[in-house]
Write a protein that binds this ligand. Structure first.
Ligand code: SF4
Ligand code: SF4
Length: 356
C-alpha cells in the first residue's frame, strides 16, 4: 500500500546526528570548559569525558579544492568531525589531547590560521557579495580579505579587551547583522530609473510599497507605465533596486562605504546593542580598500588601548561617551552620524502598512 509522503518543511534537521559521539553522549552535561591556548577549546563533562576543539579561520567563500583539503585534514586528524561557526571558522573536535598538536600543525602548514577564540578578532562575517547576490554595491569578501590580511596577528592571539566581531555588508538593507565594527555600503544618490524597462521588469505596486519613506509613485513616462521618485524624500537606501533592477542605485563613484560601531547580538554582561554610524563617504576602492582598512584599524586599536578588560566596543563607548570616542579615534563628527532619533519610528515604514 502506498504510504503518504511526509512533509519535509518541518524545520532544520536534528543536529545531534552530526555531533561528535562524545558531544552527543554528554549533551547538556558539561562541567566546565577552558582554553589551553588561542584557537583551542577544552570541554570537560561530568562523566569525566574530555574533548578538544581546534578552531581555524577560513575565507568563507571556498573553492572545491580548499574544501577537500579541509575535509582531508578532518579525516586524517579528527575522525571526520567538523563544524562551522557563525563567523565561518571551521572547528575540528578530538577526544585525545595528543591529537591537538598534529592537527594544529596540519592546519597552519596548509595556510589556515588557528585562533579566533576568546578575546581575539574573530574571522570577519561578510555578506555574499558579487559571487552570489544580484544587488551588491561592493565585494564584501574582498574588503574582508584585505582587512584580515592586516589583522591576522589579532586572530591568532587573544589580546583584545573582549572578543571583537567585525562584519561587512554589500548593501544597506538586507543581510548583515550587528557587529562591534561593521563596514557597510552607503548609497549617496537616488536611483537612476531606466523608464524603458520598468513596465516589463517590475511589479510597480511592490516597488512603491518597498520604499520606507514613500518616495516612489507610479507615473507615465514617454507613454509607458513607469515610476518616479521624489528625490527630496529619497534617503538612498536602495530598497527599491532588488524588486526592480531598472532602478539602478549602484554607482562606481557615489556608492560609498560607511563604518558602524557598537553592535552586539549577545546578552552577556549587557543587553544586545545596535550599531551606530561613525564614519561615512569612504571610497569604495577595490581591490584592497585601503581607506576602509585604515579606518577600521584606527578604531580597533584605539579600543584595544583604551578599553578595560571585558568591555566590548559598545561597553567602552558607553563608558567614555560618544564625544570622547570621536576624539580618541580622530574621527570628524557630523550631524548625520549616530542617528538615535526616536521619532523615526512613526515616520519610517516600520510595518506592513503603507503610509503616504
Ligand atoms: S548584503 Fe545585500 S547585496 Fe550583499 S549579499 Fe546581502 S542582500 Fe545581497
Ligand atoms: S532608494 Fe530607498 S528611499 Fe530612495 S526611492 Fe528607493 S526605496 Fe525609496
Amino acid at each position: 500500500m502506498a504510504t503518504m509522503r511526509t512533509p519535509i518543511e518541518s524545520g532544520v534537521p536534528d543536529n545531534k546526528q552530526f555531533l561528535h559521539p562524545l558531544m552527543k553522549k554528554n549533551y547538556g552535561n558539561w562541567k566546565y570548559h577552558d582554553r589551553p591556548r588561542p584557537g583551542v577549546l577544552h570541554h570537560v563533562a561530568h562523566s569525566g569525558d574530555e574533548i578538544w576543539t581546534v578552531r581555524a579561520g577560513t575565507q568563507r567563500q571556498m573553492d572545491l579544492f580548499t574544501i577537500r583539503k579541509l575535509c582531508d585534514i578532518a579525516d586524517q586528524h579528527a575522525d571526520g568531525h567538523v563544524r562551522f561557526t557563525i563567523r565561518s571558522n571551521i572547528e575540528y573536535m578530538v577526544s585525545d589531547e595528543s591529537r591537538v598538536a598534529p592537527l594544529i600543525e596540519a592546519l597552519t602548514s596548509n595556510g589556515f590560521p588557528v585562533g579566533g577564540t576568546g578575546n581575539s578578532v574573530s574571522a570577519i562575517a561578510h555578506t555574499q557579495g558579487w559571487l552570489h547576490c544580484d544587488i551588491p554595491g561592493t565585494d564584501a569578501s574582498g574588503a574582508v580579505k584585505a582587512l584580515m590580511d592586516d589583522l591576522h596577528a589579532e586572530f591568532i592571539k587573544e589580546e583584545m579587551p573582549n572578543r571583537v566581531h567585525l562584519s561587512t555588508s554589500c548593501c544597506e538593507i538586507n543581510c548583515g547583522g550587528q557587529a562591534d565594527i561593521a563596514i557597510i555600503i552607503q548609497h549617496t544618490k537616488p536611483p537612476k530609473i531606466n523608464h524603458d524597462l520598468v513596465a516589463n521588469m517590475c511589479e510597480r505596486p511592490t516597488v512603491v510599497a518597498r520604499c520606507p519613506v514613500a518616495a516612489i509613485r507610479p507615473a507615465m513616462v514617454n507613454g509607458k507605465p513607469s515610476l518616479e521618485i521624489d528625490e527630496s524624500k529619497c534617503m538612498c537606501c536602495g530598497a527599491c533596486y532588488p524588486p526592480c533592477p531598472p532602478m539602478q542605485i549602484n554607482d562606481p563613484e557615489h556608492s560609498k562605504l560607511a563604518i558602524w560601531v557598537g553592535g552586539k547580538n549577545s546578552n552577556a554582561r549587557g543587553k544586545p546593542t545596535f550599531m551606530k554610524m561613525v564614519a561615512s563617504g569612504l571610497p569604495n576602492n577595490p581591490p584592497r580598500w585601503p581607506e576602509v582598512s585604515a579606518m577600521v584599524k584606527k578604531i580597533l586599536y584605539t579600543y584595544k588601548e583604551d578599553a578595560r578588560s571585558w568591555e566590548r566596543v559598545s561597553d567602552w563607548i558607553e563608558r567614555i561617551g560618544w564625544p570622547a570616542f570621536f576624539e580618541k579615534c580622530d574621527l570628524p563628527f557630523t550631524k548625520y552620524l549616530i542617528d538615535d532619533w526616536r521619532g523615526s519610528r512613526s515616520s519610517l515604514n516600520a510595518s506592513t502598512h503603507i503610509r503616504f
